[in-house]
Design a binder for this molecule. Structure first.
Ligand SMILES: Nc1nc2c(ncn2[C@@H]2O[C@H](COP(=O)(O)OP(=O)(O)O)[C@@H](O)[C@H]2O)c(=O)[nH]1
Ligand SMILES: [Mg+2]
Length: 485
């Protein structure tokens, strides 16, 4: 039953953490004489070397001597030091939590409510695979039936693969058994409140280290498989407790309904729950859940209210398997078969996947609401914002909204900066365009001037050339000197 793997198997996460530290403590001071026959231990880097290192050197000395003259070499001193190599980060924290939880064990206080004969005791026995409730003796008709609801508490420690679960089942025999069940819920509500009260009292004590959590973490509510819908008693009870406890509704003895009847009945129950504003426990899907977990959670959610069959009787199936189930002339209903009923999903929700969430919601939401209300009634004001953040889904939503607002702000800022930069660049471009334009004009004018002057020069040159080829005009006849011609 109890496996010893937790502390001694090096493959186990815990052992991997602890082993090197132990060895380093002992090995730093111990000197081991190396001998030919110890080489195998030295070469072996794990457990055996460590074991060798724990042997004190004084024990070895007489052995060496007794070997006589053959052992003459001076023993080489070898010191084994083990260090924590590499990155020491916080990724190991979940393992610490895991180890601590295993050591401490888990604790679940389960309230079981429903009319007599719906199979409550049988289901509890089936859930925890233990005969917590003995089969009922047939009632002596001469003995008067007890009146009213009583509260029966059974505690048991269940161990599976070295993990302890301290289970307390609070049974409520007599619920709904009277002709007038108007106040059937009252003793149960009183029980829930008194457990909250005693926790509150514990919390207010000076020494709070030994606070036992007696608060009810979940309430299995058994619905009679009528095939119709919720009865007034169901609605009244659920309304009275849904703000105080995690309600998990189950359709009792679902083997008495056909598959279609179950589906229709479930839908009607869910509709009733919704229209009556009753809160039931619904496992949440978180952003960092892996795909497998999300799929499992969705599967669990799709089965609410769980149509269950309870039985601890082992029977032989037609194909030779031994299963827990109920035998009928037409065949066997297997308890642990998902195709036959939702027992597996219920157990998954209650123990395997959401036990911690049930406890957390009880402590941080349901108990806090009760506590605030109580203290407010006593005239002590409460700061509700302190507790609001405890609801992981609300916190997640708030964080998401905050993150989105931050992103939007960042985006707006970036847009503004971008627009500013664009307009700056545009101005610069316009300026350089104007500059370029004026320079272009200048250069053009300069060039035009040059062209003009060049053309003038050309004209002059051409004129000059023409003049050069023309015969020189005959020299003017020399004017005769004198006045008369
Ligand atoms: N058909 C059927 N009978 C059941 C189932 N679970 C329990 N019973 C039977 O119902 C009767 C009452 O069961 P019990 O667990 O004592 O009911 P409780 O009064 O609610 O605790 C017993 O005869 C059980 O064998 C079930 O899932 N299907
Ligand atoms: Mg019972």
């Amino acid at each position: 039953m109890v496996e010893s793997t937790n502390t001694h198997n090096p493959a186990h996460a815990d052992a991997v953490d602890e082993a090197p530290i132990k060895e380093s403590e002992s090995a730093t001071n111990v000197q081991i004489p190396s001998e030919p026959h110890t080489t195998s231990a030295e070469s072996n880097g794990n457990g055996s070397a460590g074991a060798g290192g724990l042997e004190p050197p004084t024990d070895e000395a007489p052995n060496l001597k007794s070997n006589g003259p053959t052992v003459t070499t001076t023993p080489e001193i070898k010191i084994i030091r083990r260090k924590l190599n590499g990155y020491v980060g916080f990724a190991n924290l979940p393992k610490q939590w895991h180890r601590k939880s295993i050591r401490r064990g888990f604790n679940l206080n389960l309230l079981s409510v429903g009319e007599s004969g719906l199979g409550k005791s049988t289901l509890i026995n089936t859930l925890f695979n233990k005969e917590l409730y003995q089969p009922k003796e047939p009632r002596d008709p001469a003995v008067e039936r007890p009146t009213g609801v009583s509260i029966d508490t059974i505690s048991s420690e269940i161990e599976e693969n070295g993990v302890k679960l301290n289970l307390t089942v609070i049974d409520t025999p007599g619920f709904g058994d009277q002709v007038n069940n108007t106040d059937s819920w009252q003793p149960i509500v009183d029980e829930i409140n008194s457990r909250f009260d005693s926790y509150l009292e514990f919390e207010n004590k000076i020494n709070r280290t030994t606070v036992a959590d007696t608060r009810i973490h979940a309430c299995l509510y058994f619905i009679e498989p009528t095939g119709h819908s919720l009865k007034p008693l169901d609605i009244e009870f659920l309304k009275q407790v849904h703000k105080k406890v995690n309600v998990i509704p189950v359709v009792a003895k679902s083997d008495t309904l056909t598959e279609e009847e179950i589906l229709e009945f479930k839908q009607r129950v869910l509709d009733d729950i919704k229209t009556q504003g009753i809160e039931i426990f619904e496992p949440k899907i978180y952003e960092n859940d892996d795909e497998e977990t999300i799929l499992a959670t969705k599967e669990i959610l799709s089965k609410v209210p769980f149509a269950i069959v309870g039985s601890t009787t082992e029977i032989q199936t037609a194909d030779g398997r031994t299963v827990r189930g109920r035998q009928y002339p037409w065949g066997v209903i297997e308890v642990d078969n998902e195709d036959h009923n939702d027992f597996v999903r219920l157990r998954q929700l209650l123990i395997r996947n959401f036990l911690e969430e049930l406890r957390e919601k009880t402590a941080n939401v349901l108990y806090e609401a009760y506590r605030s209300e109580k203290l407010e009634k006593l005239g002590i004001p409460q700061d509700h914002s302190v507790f609001r953040e405890f609801d992981p889904s609300i916190k997640q939503q708030e964080e998401k909204a905050l993150h989105e607002a931050k992103l939007a702000k960042l985006e707006a800022e970036m847009k503004q900066i971008f627009q500013q930069k664009v307009s700056e660049k545009e101005k610069k471009l316009q300026k350089s365009e104007a500059e370029l334009f004026s320079r272009h004009k200048e250069v053009k004018e300069k060039l035009l001037k040059q062209i003009k002057s060049l053309e003038e020069k050309k004209k002059q040159l051409e004129n000059a050339r023409l003049n050069a080829y023309e015969p020189a005009p005959a020299p003017a006849p020399k004017a005769k000197k004198g006045f008369l011609r």
